[in-house]
Design a protein around this ligand. Sequence first.
Ligand code: FEO
Length: 177
Amino acid sequence: MSTSVIRLKTSVQESILELLNEQIGMEAQSSAAYLSMAAWCYSQGLNGCGAYFKIQSGEERDHMLKLFDYIVDVGGLPVSPAIARVEKTFEGLRDILVKALEQEISITQSFNRITEQCHKAKDYQTAKFLQWYLDEQLEEEQQARRCIEIYDLIGTEDGGLYRIDKEIIKLKTHEEK
Ligand code: FEO
């Protein structure tokens, strides 16, 4: 297809479409990782955290589909991503909470990189679309940090894990303020 014909189909540069498709893969991987964390939590009787990560897994899938739809809307070809192996065993709940925060930080960094490339390519439309994700990441990182704070503040002695479990799910049901 000649360049002019491609431009009739989409005004988004191929390199930007590739980055968006890579991000689809990252969101899908994140969704799978959170579901695995949910499974581990349920297996330990931590049903609050299991529900928290199951909800989070669904949110990541929604993020993936929003990118998918955008690529369709601009006339590009979105991918159905392959998922790499996900971790199934964890050292403990704190290990999971730290991994969750690290995952969110790397996703934020990825969106920052894509937004930077959009500015370089003068693709302000896609940059504007990505602003939603940057706002969302602020919230998700804050929530992931709060989980670790809750864990450390309550501590695991005297049935603390049970209380931590109850407090963490409140972050999703918006009971904690
Ligand atoms: Fe879709 Fe939590 O990043």
